[in-house]
Design a protein around this ligand. Structure first.
Ligand SMILES: Cc1cc2nc3c(=O)[nH]c(=O)nc-3n(C[C@H](O)[C@H](O)[C@H](O)COP(=O)(O)OP(=O)(O)OC[C@H]3O[C@@H](n4cnc5c(N)ncnc54)[C@H](O)[C@@H]3O)c2cc1C
Length: 442
């Protein structure tokens, strides 16, 4: 294996990965197909172009994405350096001047003595140390290569994401645990609706505001991934024959079948978050809060992640990669960014950071690392490598991906701050260990 690390894709993840590897003293070759070959969303040839919003979302340690950004800053992230230098006023969020942001990153990479930039599309994966960071709009040639390597059942082109609710915000007394016809024990939490509650919910769902689709997204959506509101448009009872089907379920107190039901499934091993089964949606975020809080038991629901549906190329990482995100079929390839099953600019950057660190370690004969589970980086890595492959869905960072605190804190803001404090302590220790280890012999 040569001493060069090959990074494919100069987006958020690839730029960060290339920077981390080069800063550790390794020669990096960074491949980016733009501007010669475009994606349906990028408009420039710059690195780390933000394809949609110019916001890297909330700041502050009461937010999981604020914590993730803080960890990246401590890890000397290039993307965070650019974001902090090019920020524009945005209240409690970190928004940037997208043009200056991309120009800063491009200049830093172009001027790094160890980074060589190749403006070309990569269509096959060789035997060298590689980081694959081709993103949600991976070129067709690379998608075919991945298809051949991992099998079609492990490569997806769409996200159909259902909302996730924080366990502590659910009114458990209004729900009951049971699986349909008693099959599978008490795995599902059921929110029963009366006829009047169902009709009100349907009315508000149909009237709610939806996100517009990008032109290149107006393609066929699989029947199993239909947005809940599209199903609702088909008829008053369609949801009752689909995701809100009440058959096989009985309310324990009354012994009766509910008129309709919303099922929640545990989202993580810690039991701190629940997924709304079959509730993928294109409703705008505030509308999801308003309409889904009409569901009995969810009146005060705190949404850790909102539902969405969009074009996204990603792998079923828990099935095709090892705990260090190396492809099982080709262990010289490390996955990074959105293709690994995370969602969002900051999350993609974080997975790029980790890939850059691990590629540098591996090429110098050191074992790869997994960040501690208590950190936001660790939570994301855990999600993409240890989720059940059969129900794997891409995820934003949220506190539900981190283990619960040992002691209960009822106030949500204080609870999140305590989780963040614990995370930063673990992250600092992890970074200090890495630094000592990186200086030592292989
Ligand atoms: C339309 C759209 C809107 C989005 N909006 C948001 C948003 O508002 N906020 C948010 O947080 N997230 C958003 N995302 C999600 C996502 O976080 C971003 O797309 C993010 O840029 C992903 O980072 P990445 O590095 O994995 O991929 P990208 O940033 O897309 O980088 C991948 C790079 O690889 C290049 N490439 C692809 N194939 C090849 C190849 N074969 N050879 C060489 N180069 C190649 C591409 O040109 C691109 O530059 C959006 C995604 C899409 C598709």
């Amino acid at each position: 294996m040569s001493e060069t690390i090959h990074v494919i894709g100069g987006g958020l993840a690839g730029s960060e990965a290339a920077w981390q590897a080069a800063e550790r003293g390794f020669q990096v070759r960074l491949y980016e197909m733009r501007p010669g070959r475009r994606t349906p969303a990028h408009e420039t040839g710059g690195f780390a172009e933000l394809v949609c919003s110019n916001s890297l979302r909330a700041e502050g340690l009461q937010n999981a994405v604020g914590l993730l950004k803080e960890e990246l800053r401590l890890g000397r992230s290039l993307i965070m350096e650019a974001a902090d230098r090019t920020r524009v006023p945005a209240g409690g969020a970190l928004a940037v001047d997208r043009d200056l942001f991309s120009k800063h990153i491009t200049a830093r990479l172009e001027n790094h003595p160890l980074v060589e930039i190749m403006r070309e599309e990569v269509s096959s994966l060789g035997e060298e140390m590689m980081i694959l960071a081709t993103g949600p709009l991976t070129s067709e040639a690379m998608a075919s290569e991945l298809h051949a390597l991992t099998g079609s059942e492990h490569l997806y082109f769409y996200d159909a994401i259902a909302p996730i609710v924080e366990a502590e915000s659910i009114h458990w007394e209004r729900t009951f645990s049971a699986s349909r016809y008693g099959k599978g024990g008490d795995d599902y939490v059921n929110c029963p609706l009366t006829q009047a509650e169902y009709e009100r919910f349907l009315q508000e769902l149909l009237a709610a505001e939806k996100m517009p689709a990008h032109a290149f997204e107006k393609e066929r959506v699989f029947e199993g991934c239909m947005p809940i509101e599209t199903l609702a448009e088909r008829g008053a009872d369609t949801l009752r024959f689909g995701p809100m089907k009440p058959v096989g379920l009985v309310i324990p107190e009354t012994g009766e079948q509910p008129y309709a039901v919303v099922q929640l499934r545990m989202e993580n091993r810690h039991g701190t978050a629940y997924n709304m089964v079959g509730f993928q949606t294109k409703l705008k975020w505030p509308e999801q809060t308003r309409v889904f809080r009409l569901i009995p038991g969810l009146e005060d629901a705190a949404f850790l992640r909102y539902g969405s549906l969009h074009r996204n190329t990603y792998l079923c990482t828990p099935a095709v990669a090892d705990p260090f995100l190396r492809l099982i079929a080709k262990p010289n390839v490390i996955l990074a960014g959105q293709i690994s099953g995370v969602e969002g600019y900051v999350e993609s950057t974080a997975m790029g950071w980790l890939a850059g660190v691990n590629a540098a370690r591996l090429i110098s004969g050191k074992p790869p690392v997994v960040p501690p589970a208590e950190t936001a980086h660790g939570g994301l890595a855990d999600h993409v490598t240890r989720s059940s492959p059969s129900s794997f869905q891409p995820s934003n960072i949220n506190f539900g991906l981190l283990p619960a605190l040992r002691s209960k804190i009822r106030n949500r803001r204080l609870r999140y701050e305590a989780i963040s404090a614990r995370a930063l302590e673990a992250w600092r220790t992890f970074l200090a260990g890495l630094e000592t280890d990186d200086r030592g012999p292989a």
